[in-house]
Design a protein around this ligand. Structure first.
Ligand code: RB5
Length: 163
């Protein structure tokens, strides 16, 4: 995402532990004029974070959405699952600084939050920084991201060869 293409369409997903925070963020984001696509879960009953995290990741990888937010108890499981989807760079952020760096240096396209780790107000501050920070476009960061993409291709080919 460059300055001229800051996100407008946001994919959201959580497990039961992140459900309440997801609903709260969805309402705020909608109020602010963002278009939110909610991939569930739709109630606080125990469920499995990979199901919702991968749905968000696919929506971002396919460009159906400009960015995504995945939420579970710690944010760890959701971020691991999202990062299995080709083309996704999911970053677990716990303050404004990590959100700013994840966008500016890593051009991360999915944000993971830990609903049992941070409060709602901090989560909102993180989300605002995430949505307002463009990728720096610096050559050194582009080069590093190209290496991540090359690694992704290589690992996928190796995984296919093992089948
Ligand atoms: C659910 O209890 C919890 O394990 C999950 O929300 C998440 O924190 C996993 O990483």
């Amino acid at each position: 995402m460059t300055k001229s293409s800051l996100p407008k369409r946001i994919a959201l997903g959580s497990d039961h532990a992140g459900f309440e925070l997801k609903e709260w963020l969805k309402n705020l984001l909608t109020e602010k004029g963002y278009e939110c696509l909610d991939f569930g879960t739709n109630n606080p009953k125990p469920c499995d974070y990979p199901d919702f995290s991968s749905a968000v990741a696919h929506a971002v990888a396919s460009k159906e959405c400009d960015t995504g937010i995945v939420i579970c108890g710690t944010g760890i499981g959701s971020s691991i699952a999202a990062n299995k989807v080709f083309g996704v760079r999911c970053a677990l952020c716990w303050n404004e600084y990590t959100a700013r760096m994840a966008r500016s240096h890593n051009d991360a396209n999915v944000l993971a939050l830990g609903a049992r780790v941070i409060g709602f107000e901090l989560a909102w501050e993180i989300v605002k920084v995430w949505l307002e920070t463009p990728f720096s476009e610096d050559e050194r960061h582009k080069r590093r991201l190209e290496k991540i993409s090359a690694l992704e291709v290589l690992e996928t080919e190796e995984a296919k060869a093992q089948c």
